[in-house]
Write a protein that binds this ligand. Sequence first.
Ligand SMILES: *Cc1c(COP(=O)(O)O)cnc(C)c1O
Length: 390
Amino acid sequence: MSQYKKLVFLHHPLLQMPRPILCTIDSSAIRHNIQVIKNLNPAAHCMAVVKANAYGHHINHVFQGLGAADSLALLEIENARQLRDLGWSKPITLLEGCFEQADIEQAMLLGCDWVIHSLGQLSQLELNSTLLRQTGHKPLIYLKVNTGMNRLGLALGQVESAVARLNHLVEKYDLPAPVLMTHFANADVSLEDKPPITPQEQYDFLHSVLPQGWRVSLANSAGALNWPSLAGQVIRPGISIYGATPGPKTAREYGLLPAMALTSEVISIQHLNPGDFVGYGSRYQANSVQTIAVVACGYADGYPRHAPDGTPVWIAGKICPLAGKVSMDMLTVDVTSHGAVQIGDSVELWGSYLPVDVVAEASGTIGYELLCAVAPRVPFESKDLCGDEV
Ligand SMILES: *Cc1c(COP(=O)(O)O)cnc(C)c1O
């Protein structure tokens, strides 16, 4: 911990001193995490999920680490275009399919594959058979089945006729054999906790309607990490490639490395007497002589406003408890037991020293939400431990 390097910010006499907050993205961690997941699922095609601008990491900052994936998946067609512009030539899958006519045309132009999760989307594809004939692109279709999640997907009873219609297009336009897909509801829950629907049950439902010659895709990160034998031929890890996990084990226990570090600095120190309060609503009250470090990160940077007193914050080598309500631009931390905290000391809100999942759990949410919510005003920087700064 002691060799943690102090962040170096860009200083120039003509530039204003920037606010000391930074989000550093390590694409070599992404590369490592994809390999960890592939090692657990050696026979599967690994489709890494980069929706929501790579779970808040920014596609351009993670791009260098994505090469180990066999394909990428997202929802937003403009980010599919960004991936092609960055030079991604392997498959891209649109996870919620095409929303409107323009999307089918764009998806064909960008050489995307896509999910069909409703009969309406299947009809939409049939109406576009001229496009299939005219363009050289032959999309791989993922037909999504509802096996108990009850969000997207065809009912089991709808699958047989939909498969017949899709197989007709596949033969007529020489498309690749489709993939039958579903989504696990409880792959992160231990069986001892008796989930209402188990991965095995969803696997069995899917296989009860599996057409000959089709592959299957079931696993998100939790499925790929905890149930490789049920994951299917195409796995779809998202959160795990960023080094966080839905559980039940910790990211470190799975061998995953965090790709994001949200860091800041101590900008003020307050010395409290017993009975003194801190921050809005005077939520925190000192019961002894205490030292409070004020950190330049607030909810307008994406830190969870609902974080309670005691939420861990890493300050210059030590984990200290949040003390007082998080405000828009600052948060306050009890560093009484730390000893020697000074203005300018490094702070990690989450990252290598403090897993995002730990901060999320303390503040009543999940790592996904914190990673996706880093605010636009926070500057991002890429770092690749292989040496090259991007
Ligand atoms: C987001 C998403 C995933 C990835 O889920 P994680 O829990 O982040 O691994 C997989 N499949 C589909 C269809 C998704 O929408």
